[in-house]
Write a protein that binds this ligand. Sequence first.
Ligand SMILES: [Zn+2]
Length: 247
Amino acid sequence: MIKLDRAPKPDFLTDEKVDELVNEFKENSTSVWNNENIKEALLNSSYGKCSYCECDLTEESKYMEVEHFEDKKHNPDKVVLWENLLPACKKCNGAKSTHDVIAHPILNPYIQDPKDHLSIRFFRMRGLTKIGKESIDVVDLNNQERLVLKRFEIGSQIANSIEIAWERHATYRTNGRTQSKNRLISLVEGILLECQPKAIYAATTATVVLTDTSFSELIKVMKDEETWNEYLEELYKNAQSLVLQCA
Ligand SMILES: [Zn+2]
């Protein structure tokens, strides 16, 4: 989970439209939130990812659901209240179900910064705060198959990429060719691009990459040899803002 910024309310959701849709929901239980204007604006504000688990919602099998932070069963007046809607995957939405966020608050990534409430160890999230712990339980953020194994897979791929980056560095050191230098830079750039807010599972990837001592050493060497550049630095700084505590 990463901090998200809520996009402006879609023009479609005028006060009159909201009243009309709320009434329609109350009378016919219609899924009035299943509207492309709403869905598109939500997806844009979460880089196309589930706002809880960061899986890709543009993949066919995991198509997006409009999640009601204050659940629709107990809060029918808020079924299309823009501030109450989040893009979520079926699994997170289903796990949260009718959980009462007022009685037992969980993280809303559009309001709190998850990194103040969650840490990660052995690819499992841990709650740093009560709200962090509650979020892990309610949204099932440590689902073994769906998330913990996925994070492990990411960790393993990253470790492999870092090893390859060192090999490319060795090649460049040996032959001094521009082409070899560019191959090194482009791989490091690729690794850092996976740690940006728009990348899937970015909180995990940024944490794995930026806490890897081998990667830190590589950066140090690249800076000394002047193969590090401004763009890499910018990517690194963006990634830094997502890193979770490893505790
Ligand atoms: Zn999810």
